[in-house]
Design a protein around this ligand. Sequence first.
Ligand code: PGA
Length: 235
Amino acid sequence: MNIVYVKNNEQMSLMAADIIASSILHKPDAILGLATGSTPIETYALLVAKYKVGALDFSQVRTFNLDEYAGLAPDHEQSYRYFMNHHLFNHTNIAMENTHLPLGNTSDHEKQCAEYEKKIEAVGGIDLQLLGIGSNGHVGFNEPADVFYMKTNVQNLSAATLSDNKRFFKGENEVVPSSALTTGFGQIMAAKSVLLLAGNGKQEIVQKAFYGDVTPQIPASCLQFHHNCTVIAVR
Ligand code: PGA
């Protein structure tokens, strides 16, 4: 794997937006695996800016997000569908039917996971997978565990993740959902390339995940085995 150190979040986002843009320019119908969280927000804003000046065309791009909170409807302000529409999709010419996330508010989460997995398989997998990293080393919502989960699956969120993410749930009576649907390591490791962003504050977990043992207790460590993974990390 290739670890690139940058000075700050701004440099990280600029570099990430350039890599994503060049992958779309190279393959206009690229299949992007996308991530949510605070880390990629500026990268998405830069991609929108490139689109607005005519430097990028999303008309043929297809996207598959990593995850969605169980129980949240797509129009819930904390759902990841809402996040993606708000930060990226609504501001580009991407066709909404080409954007995919697991549905969080179905009655059968397992069935939804299986269907989502099939949808990604049907298009031949992800070209470029964008990832953040949780303070506990999770990617998507693949939490520390005894095994690496391969398929799209339902995960109970760890205490660390519930605590990290409660900052987004500020409304009265809003609580972080206790579980989520997430793509597993099968699709992530099969992606033709992976781009993981680790902004300021993630230095400690970057050390553990990419310089230590590969272990499902630090899920991101699995990426040490990816054949084409770039980490952009703030030093
Ligand atoms: P963050 O989350 O970007 O909000 O730090 C990253 C993640 O949990 O993957």
